[in-house]
Design a protein around this ligand. Sequence first.
Ligand SMILES: [Fe+2]
Ligand SMILES: [Fe+2]
Length: 467
Amino acid sequence: MMNTIKALGKQKQSLTVEGQGNKPTKLIENTYRRNTDSDYTEKIEELDRNFNYSSNSNHYWTEPEQSMLYGTPLYESASPRQKMALNHLHWFGMYNVVAASETETITYNQVTASVFAACGYETLSQMLNLETSQERSHIHAFHNVGHKTMKALLGRDAFKASFKGKLYQRTNKDEAGGLTFPSLPNFFNLKWENSLADSQYYVLRFIAKTMLASHKKYYSQYLSELEKTYKFIPASTTGLIGRGLSPQSMQRFFAFNWGGSPFLASQYYGIRIMANMVLKNTEHSTSKYFKKLEKKGDFIPAPTAVSHYHFLDEAFHTTTSMLIARDLYKDFPKPTAYEKFVINLALYMMQHGILSGLSAVVPDRYYADDCSLMYFIYKTLQSPLFEMSPQEALHWVEKCFCQEHQGFHMTAKYHQRLRADFCRFYESFDHLWPVNREMRLMASGGSINKAIQNNIKTFKQFSEAVA
Ligand SMILES: [Fe+2]
Ligand SMILES: [Fe+2]
């Protein structure tokens, strides 16, 4: 499949005439050509086809520091087999989020590609289509490797319900509106909630379209097609953008804006680069680990190779995000006050949603709360891997999440490095509020003490919910 897409890509390159031969256009063409010529996606597809867990189970897939619970008192007392499993679980957890984030990328690539095409940037539009097809292969590989790994380590039924699901059942709370309907029958709630979501959707679309009316001729073809079918824009809650720009009504509001003007289409990539850089912050280390094994002539586990080739594929995607967000927007009309407000609001929400905290048990996760991970660890400790009783598991969850340990310090170090990268990237963006340009929310979320205090509060609710 990738070969056919690439053949079409090569054919089209020579037919493309666009832009004014300026620097970003040339760099975009160059990136597109190098991406088209590469074979990293094909290598991932092959690794995906041949993967079985047992052939890789006796090896670390990344450096041990990139393991779930690394640096916690529990990790210190774990057996060699458990440590290796925690290394594999970290790979699974990370790529579960990456797969969800890349599903979001597929949507937003489609939302924005036709806006760029309408501006005359045909090659860019084709490059986004190529990325989309690559993401489909990546997602398939992450799901396949992750699913087989989880099944082998924790058993088929280990994770049937989420902790959030449990809380939902207990409180009957509508996340979107913050409303509760304790005495009404469920079917009535559902109808009411659906109609509320419908109204929100159309009101927010109306606002975006009205505010961007002067850019009507660029309006995303993808969104127009969707409107004809009365389908909503896909939205998620598990990818980085889905989490950052939640609730779903807000994600969709932003999508109307990304598809509504050339400036906002380009600045969506200033949001996407957050996900690119979070991934790069981790995957670069795995790529170095791959090279170390290769140099020594050691066995290279398939997931390590998937990470390495994914790192190389994603380098093109990161370059694309940088070129569009930092350079290309200068070719478009100057942003209005509304457009500046939208991009700043989105960046602020992303900082708050995915970068304003430190995880106690995962070295490269920076959400404001560790709520869902508490449940994951609690269940993992009761799985065949650790065979703990519910009481023992709860004791260790409290110890790992609510007390200072080495793991927090390592996460804080990664967090600081990532913030420095973001600050370097955003420093030349004049249209950003200082809180975004200097990543101030992220900075305030880098406190170990704050993370522990948050976890103590969450643990109190958690221990009551699972009791
Ligand atoms: Fe990817
Ligand atoms: Fe990507």
